[in-house]
Every structure is written in structure tokens, then in C-alpha cells.
Design a protein around this ligand. Structure first.
Ligand code: ZN
Length: 75
């Protein structure tokens, strides 16, 4: 009787280990989804064109696509 009990526990342990292993493998696959490169987009206060923040000109809390539009907007 004890032998059967030990066997049952052994099978149960293997089952749990396999389940946890599978879950960790699934997790690894989910951890690396294809993510697009995203950058903050800003809008030119003069012409309304959208451009990446790194390429915009910031002045007085407004973003501009070019120095020319910055001057036009502030005149
Ligand atoms: Zn502009």
C-alpha cells in the first residue's frame, strides 16, 4: 500500500514539475513580443505637421518643425 502511495506521489511530482516547466517556457516566449520603436510625436504649432520630438524645435512650450515656423508663429 505504501509503495502505491509513493508511486502516486512520484507521478504527481513529475506532473507538477512538467507543468511548471511548460509554464516557464511559455513565459519566456511571451516576454519577447515584437515591439515597434516608438518615439514621442509632437505637432508643429505653425503648420500642424507631426514629427518626432527629437527632431522638433521647442520654444516657449510649443513645438515647431523648423526654425522658420518658430519665427513665423511668434511674430
Ligand atoms: Zn511647421
Amino acid at each position: 500500500m505504501i509503495k502505491i502511495l509513493l508511486l502516486a506521489i512520484g507521478v504527481w511530482l513529475i506532473y507538477i514539475l512538467l507543468k511548471n516547466y511548460r509554464r516557464s517556457v511559455d513565459k519566456d516566449e511571451e516576454a519577447t513580443p515584437p515591439s515597434p520603436i516608438e518615439e514621442d510625436m509632437v505637432r508643429c504649432a505653425q503648420c500642424g505637421v507631426h514629427l518626432p520630438k527629437s527632431e522638433s524645435i521647442l520654444s516657449c512650450g510649443e513645438s515647431y518643425c523648423s526654425d522658420e515656423h518658430r519665427r513665423q508663429h511668434q511674430d
